[in-house]
Design a protein around this ligand. Structure first.
Ligand code: SF4
Ligand code: ZN
Length: 375
């Protein structure tokens, strides 16, 4: 067990009332609209490190930003285009909170054309489009090794509707292969949700659900993440899905770079509000990680720190309290966020809340009962 620094003694965050923040309503509204640099509001807990450290050299210009993000990367993993890079069987709370057996397949395919600041999915991608039939073959390989399931997630480390990633010619065979599943979940960048999405939907037997990485509803941070879409773009894509009777799942980052821990919690909550307001049926909270090169550089420059398990609990509790849809906390690799002896109990609690979709009794810990510094 690692020793605790005072700052690492966290989770009373679970009780932080963000309504006590020291901004006036006008300041807060302006900041949320991205009209005020957070550093310009003196004395506020919303003072944060969002001003880019010039030493870091993180560019403002999107094209230069792309180059910077890529320049920080290491090597990719070597992959076989006929084999998914991972697959697993799990149970996930479905509508009506019934546990649904779920086959999750992480497809090997061409790298996503975007260069999001925090993304590490490129590590398991190829530099070329897979041959026709390869994606279907990968799905067959995974399904032949997994128990039966009610729903299937086809996650391709990019956008399923990007024709360079998943060839359009493969849609029909894929749809046949997965015809037994009642629900099919794929992921996509908002800009790629259009005709290809409708085409795929029209040939599916099961219900289509599209997952979008909103990441954050804080517009200035969303821009810095290099996601290349705005909140309006996101809302339009959500409406498009709704009009076509396609369900929406949303990925939300807990404490993306340029935010303090408290801001991270606050904006995870706001992002949940925004996502459900846009019609999301499911929101998945993902604690932001380093490890892709770019995030490590930000970490070194003091512009990113990973969130705590306690903050993830707080955001999850908020989402569950809303009762607007299912809320999941991503507990994969959760040990890396451990900061206290209670971490494993907190992780187990979230795992349980993921399954039952209800808030359970809080973990009582004498070690971490203090509100952390907002750094
Ligand atoms: S769109 Fe998704 S897969 Fe592509 S770079 Fe951004 S986060 Fe990664
Ligand atoms: Zn503790």
């Amino acid at each position: 067990m690692q020793s605790l620094s005072p700052v690492a003694r966290l989770p009373a965050w679970a009780n932080i009332q963000v309504s006590n923040h020291p901004l006036s309503c006008e300041e807060r509204a302006a900041w949320e609209r991205g009209e005020v640099e957070s550093g310009s509001i003196a004395g506020s807990m919303f003072i944060q490190s969002s001003t880019i450290n010039p030493q870091l050299g993180y560019p403002d210009d999107p094209a230069a930003r792309n180059r910077w993000v890529v320049s920080m990367r290491g090597e990719k993993n070597r992959l076989d285009p006929e084999i998914p890079y991972a697959y697993l069987w799990e149970e996930e709370a479905g509508e009506n909170n019934r546990l649904l057996p779920t086959a999750t397949i992480l497809l090997t395919n061409r790298e996503c054309p975007y260069r999001c600041l925090m993304c590490d999915l490129w590590k398991n991608t190829l530099d070329f489009t897979v041959p026709l039939g390869a994606i279907n073959q990968q799905i067959k390989v995974a399904l032949s090794n997994l128990p039966s399931a009610d729903q299937i997630k086809l996650y391709n480390a990019g956008s399923f509707f990007d024709p360079s990633a998943i060839p359009l010619e493969d849609y029909l065979e894929i749809a046949k292969t997965i015809s037994e599943f009642g629900r099919v979940i794929v992921e996509s960048h908002p800009s790629l949700i259009g005709e290809n999405c409708l085409r795929f939907n029209s040939i599916l037997s099961g219900k289509l659900e599209v997952a979008i990485g909103l990441e954050t509803a804080h517009a200035p941070t969303l821009e810095k993440l290099n996601k290349r879409f705005s909140l309006d773009d996101f809302r339009r894509s959500a409406e498009f899905l709704k009009e076509n009777d396609i369900d929406l799942r949303v990925f939300i980052l807990l404490r993306p770079p340029f935010m303090t821990e408290l801001e991270g919690i606050e904006w995870a909550k706001r992002s949940l509000d925004f996502a459900f307001d846009c019609g999301a049926k499911v929101c998945s909270l993902i604690p932001t990680r380093s490890g892709n090169g770019a995030m490590d550089a930000l970490e070194k420059a003091g512009l990113f720190s990973q969130p705590s398990i306690g903050s993830l609990e707080t955001a999850m509790e908020y989402g569950l309290e809303l009762k607007k849809g299912r809320v999941f906390a991503d507990t994969w690799d959760i040990e890396r966020f451990a900061a206290c002896v209670c971490s494993s109990a907190r992780a187990a609690r979230m795992h349980n809340m993921n399954r039952i979709q209800r808030i359970t009794v809080k973990v009582d810990c004498e070690m971490c009962g203090e509100i952390p510094d907002a750094d």
